[in-house]
Design a protein around this ligand. Structure first.
Ligand SMILES: C[S@@+](CC[C@H](N)C(=O)[O-])C[C@H]1O[C@@H](n2cnc3c(N)ncnc32)[C@H](O)[C@@H]1O
Length: 335
């Protein structure tokens, strides 16, 4: 990754999106998608019914030329799109459950997958059933490929706009991801994956009838969407695969926590809980952890010691290195 190039590219991309947004009279996200689609279409602005106007087309295409002259690589483009989307999410006040997963967390997923993959040459399929704007999945795929893994991604989401962002970005960064627009709690047409990952939306799932198909459903109220989605994702995993999910740190202490514990007991092994640094989150209530699950099968067993770590900081390289070391030690004596 080249930080200076990204710094130069950011205002160019932002100016192009704002110009399209003004001329087309759309939301930031629609202008973002239009902009990305233009870039992948040979950096030509699409004109329909004389929109955008000629002056905008000229201005935006000149900005595209400057962007292309920077010769960004895959990870530069991804990083740039992430920064632009983060800024756009602020002005458009996007709901917390729709926000993209920051790199800092995505890189931990990359580390965990590298650690848990026994044969580097084995092709891996990674499924994210709450793919949103795709940053978590793209961060994971691109950085694993950079470390010489052969990986493919599959993403599902029920939000059309967010999925359109992922679709456009995946072409921009040249990643062939299979994407599906649907409620992930209905049956999925995907093959079993080596890893299922997700930054799960926290809240209630309104369709009680459908929720009943899952062990983690509640009889008393709407079920927690993140419990059902975790259970569903694990259904689409190979027998020795892992599920890595970003969940609220208090996931075992909530009203419906016992339902999740029952599912853990009967169907999956909870192998690890990595509590993320407090300073990544606005309040105690919003703190998150990555949990590490494995399906019960002939090929898997409960780790002798469940990994329980609190990562104090992602900013201090010594503390991150210490965490990496702790994980490697735990893995070699428990998995
Ligand atoms: C926190 S966001 C995921 C962010 C994503 N990892 C990224 O980097 O952009 C959670 C996503 O779950 C999706 N979602 C919520 N309920 C869903 C459902 N029932 N089926 C499919 N997607 C769902 C939301 O649309 C949202 O995109």
């Amino acid at each position: 990754m080249n930080p200076e190039k990204i710094e130069t590219a950011f205002p160019l991309m932002e100016e192009a999106i704002i110009a399209l947004q003004r001329s087309l009279g759309t939301s930031f996200f629609d202008a973002y998608i239009e902009n990305t689609e233009n870039l992948v279409d040979n950096a030509k602005v699409r004109v329909l019914d004389q929109q955008p106007d000629e002056a905008t087309v000229k201005k935006v295409e000149a900005l595209y030329q400057k962007l292309l002259d920077l010769k960004l690589d895959k990870e530069d483009w991804r990083k740039l799109t992430q920064l632009i989307l983060l800024k756009g999410s602020k002005t458009e006040s996007i709901q917390p459950n729709h926000q993209l997963t920051p790199d800092s967390i995505g890189f931990l997923f990359v580390f965990l997958i590298e650690q848990l993959t026994l044969k580097k040459e084995q092709p891996l399929e990674i499924l994210d059933i709450t793919v949103g704007m795709g940053n978590l999945l793209l961060t994971t795929l691109i950085n694993l490929q950079a470390a010489n893994y052969s990986v493919k991604g599959v993403g599902v989401d029920n939000d059309e706009t967010l999925l359109a962002v992922t679709a456009a970005d995946s072409i921009l960064v040249d990643e062939d991801i299979k994407l599906f627009h649907q409620d992930s709690l209905q049956d999925l047409l995907v093959d079993p994956a080596d890893y299922v990952i997700g930054d799960l939306p926290v809240g209630y799932y309104p369709n009680d009838q459908q929720a009943k198909k899952f062990v983690t459903h509640s009889e008393k109220e709407h079920s927690y969407a993140h419990h059902l989605l975790m259970e569903q994702a694990m259904n689409y995993l190979k027998p020795d695969g892992f599920g890595l999910f970003l969940v609220p740190s208090n996931f075992l202490e909530t009203e419906q926590g016992p339902l999740l514990q029952k599912w853990f007991k009967d169907e999956v092994f909870l192998q690890g809980i990595i509590q993320l640094p407090n300073d990544l989150f606005m309040s105690e209530h919003s703190r998150k952890s990555i949990i590490l699950l494995q399906k019960k099968s002939e090929m898997t067993e409960q780790a002798e010691k469940v990994l329980l770590v609190h990562l104090p900081s992602l900013k201090d390289p010594n503390q991150v290195t210490e965490f990496f070391k702790k994980f490697e030690d735990w893995k070699s004596s428990n998995l």
